[in-house]
Design a protein around this ligand. Structure first.
Ligand SMILES: [Zn+2]
Length: 90
């Protein structure tokens, strides 16, 4: 890669990082809510629903244990962090 291209790529990466205002948080666990919907627990102590409601919301991975295990550590956007919402985990 040319020096110039490298600089450009680097600049782009920094721009992308700083432009992404949504906080990303890792999935650290799961639980079911009262309605039987899966909820992910994020590393920021916020919870987020990960419903599997085809055909509108397709998250087939969430209904199997293997799928959920595979998604552990994945980063999700946490809107609650952006809004400074209180923690869900007590
Ligand atoms: Zn959060």
């Amino acid at each position: 890669m040319h020096q110039q291209q490298l600089k450009k790529a680097l600049k782009n990466a920094i721009y992308l990082l700083s432009d992404d205002k949504t906080m990303k948080q890792k999935i650290v666990g799961y639980h079911l809510d009262e309605a039987g919907d899966w909820v992910v627990e994020l590393s920021c102590d916020h919870f987020q629903h990960v419903r599997h409601q085809p055909p509108f919301i397709n998250r087939p991975w969430v209904v199997t244990e293997a799928g959920r295990k595979q998604m552990l550590g994945l980063e999700l956007n946490c809107k609650k962090c952006d809004q400074n919402a209180p923690k869900d985990k007590v």
